[in-house]
Design a protein around this ligand. Sequence first.
Ligand code: SAH
Length: 213
Amino acid sequence: MKDTFKHQGMRQQLVATVKKKGITEVKVLDAIGKIPRHLFMDSGFLDHAYQDKAFPIAADQTISQPYTVAFQTELLKLQPCHKILEIGTGSGYQTAVLCLLGAQVYSIERQHELYKKTSKFLPKLGYRAKKFIFGDGYIGLKDEAPFDGIIVTAGAPFVPKPLLGQLKIGGRLVIPVGDDVQIMTLIIRKGPKEFEQHEFGEFRFVPLLEDKN
Ligand code: SAH
């Protein structure tokens, strides 16, 4: 599959849409403008790739809405070389955004099909995460902690405790919290036991699953 002028044109329209919705960070907008989202979609949805919407991918999961990806990325306040834990690799689109912004990305996925597919596909496009992990995001990644940022791309019924402990002091956890509807939540670690919490309105994600199925 190719990236064509037509795709590039549609991407610039998508950038304009996301900007209009309130995304201001230039690096994030540039990433949306560069990453060929149509290559992350299943063939049935190719024509929709540059709409600002979530779409189905394999294993009953979804590729997040570009606005949501941009919003969560902004909240991370990424610096190049930041060590970032991503929970919910999915299609790898968010992973690609983080890699393009220079982060060292560790990405966990609990659906084996998606873990296998995306860990092979992303390097082919030139986006190199540090590590793909087939595992459970609720427990985080103790061996690689602490992280400058943790981003959860599925709706969490509660904030998993291990993730708080795996943040650096000053580190940021971006997590949508709630059951049917989630509140985008930013938690900043201010000290060993001090956390500051900010909330940013409603979003809808597929659930962060607790039991393997
Ligand atoms: N960022 C992805 C979003 C995919 S949807 C994208 O834009 O494509 C959320 C992903 O979280 C799904 O792939 C789902 O399988 C995964 N997920 C759900 N529960 C999880 C868990 N406990 N640990 C890790 N990943 C999980």
